[in-house]
Design a protein around this ligand. Sequence first.
Ligand SMILES: CC(C)(COP(=O)(O)OP(=O)(O)OC[C@H]1O[C@@H](n2cnc3c(N)ncnc32)[C@H](O)[C@@H]1OP(=O)(O)O)[C@@H](O)C(=O)NCCC(=O)NCCS
Length: 199
Amino acid sequence: MLMKRALDPSRMHPKRHANLPRVSKVKETPTVKTRRRRAPVIIRDMSIDDLSEVFHLGESLFTSAFSPNLYRTWDEYEVTGLYENDSELCLVAEVDEKIVGFMMGTTVEKHGTAWKYGYVVWMGVKEEHQGLGTATKLYREIENRMRDRGTRMIIADTDESNEAAVGFFQKLGFAKAGSHIWLSKNVSYRRRRKNAANQ
Ligand SMILES: CC(C)(COP(=O)(O)OP(=O)(O)OC[C@H]1O[C@@H](n2cnc3c(N)ncnc32)[C@H](O)[C@@H]1OP(=O)(O)O)[C@@H](O)C(=O)NCCC(=O)NCCS
């Protein structure tokens, strides 16, 4: 504090001030604002006409290179099944009337208990729209809808290596409950041998 005051030029004697090295004023170049205004994101109910677009968006995200498990389990029946089961928990994010993201969930009731769970099953945001808060907006809406129905806990699962999804859920207050292990067994080999023997 003392040092700061001693060095304050306004408190110095004018002559002493004059001895200070002159700092030439650098002319500031005005910064040109190039940031493009983004169209607002609208969160709305998924409609039956959206099902194919959502399926294809998922297909572009859940590739075998990105995640073999998501790739294997994502198909058109996931979309139609969840939509048929509970369309109110199937949401899309739209920009300029184009779907840029989706979130689909369901609720699970445990018979004989007062517990009702919400389950966020699938979510995805177009790569070029990621990191802009789209999934957060989708999540806030789905959580509100789940809460309105008396959901007491919301669960979600994803690959441990999916940093974006894990980071996303943690940011929204989900605690890491433990590792989820995916097991797979290739059973096509035996069938191929059987087919070969029958030929
Ligand atoms: C996971 C996903 C849906 C997040 O969508 P998004 O719209 O980019 O997410 P948001 O912009 O709302 O991000 C909210 C928070 O999530 C976390 N997050 C998002 N992307 C992240 C990343 N790549 N790495 C780490 N954390 C990330 C951050 O904490 C972020 O908050 P911040 O922006 O203040 O840092 C998106 O990355 C995606 O579609 N991934 C591919 C599909 C997928 O893996 N789905 C999950 C399995 S079903």
